[in-house]
Design a protein around this ligand. Sequence first.
Ligand SMILES: [Zn+2]
Length: 312
Amino acid sequence: MSVQHKCVIIQRGSEFDTDIDKTDPQVTNPWKWIWMEHVVNGQKLGDSIRKIQKPGHAMCIICSKELKYGKRGRFSLVQHVQNPSHLSIVNMRKSNTVLPGQKQPESSTDTTYGIHPMLKKAAENPKSSIPEPRVSLIDRVSTAEATVLAFAAEKSLPYAVVPDLVSLSKSLAKDKQALDGISMDRTSASYKMTYGLGKTFQEECVEDLQTSFFSLNIDECTSETNLRVVSVLVCYYSDKDQKVVIKHLSSFAVTKVDSKTLYQELVRLFEELRLPWKNLVSILMDSCNVMRGSKGGLETLIRKKKHARCGW
Ligand SMILES: [Zn+2]
């Protein structure tokens, strides 16, 4: 196990800071944050040294090694970063070349370590002077695959969703900045679906129906909450997609399924969405009396309505 897992790294300005050194009388040279600014061979001590929660001790995150500074202070740290074994690891990281198409893992080396919290924001520099160890592309791809599969298993998703999940992740990852900005809980997802995405799709569909002849597909079913829900699909030739498309136009709950109620709801829908009756060419529905009854069936009522509006 590396030292990194055993030690708690102390950040400047945090709860513990360096008062810890005062608890040990053996420490004659207590920690000073200014040491982190000291440059040795072109690198700041802060690039590799971290103060840990142990009086008189720090650690090197490059070598994962604990260092004692309690007696000699900064000189012990400088001595370590000049040590051949430390330098060889730094050089190895620097001399590794990136394979074509290989993306560097995000740097975990904090280049602003030891800087006063007030100045930290201004001093932030995305490039560390010591590169991160490289993980091979094959390993990173395998980790990504395992993450997707673990997610599918945890949420009991069908295997058929996995390829879509992968392409979704790829398209989202193209804009990392936007991705970082996304935060959506259950309630806001439902709200945005109903009043954002759903509304936009319906508006686009209604706009198409103003100019295209369309056919309706009506059916009713009982929902999980025992509501009688009528769904209306619309089928038309879309100029934009250059093909015949079937889209969901609307769903509404009814208390009673009879031709009169369905007819009233449908008329209301046409008026609400301002759909032109003249563009309605056919209605697809199941062959029960409510729908197809020759006297008071839904089909007959709509034929009459359409006749009254358009004369045919
Ligand atoms: Zn080291």
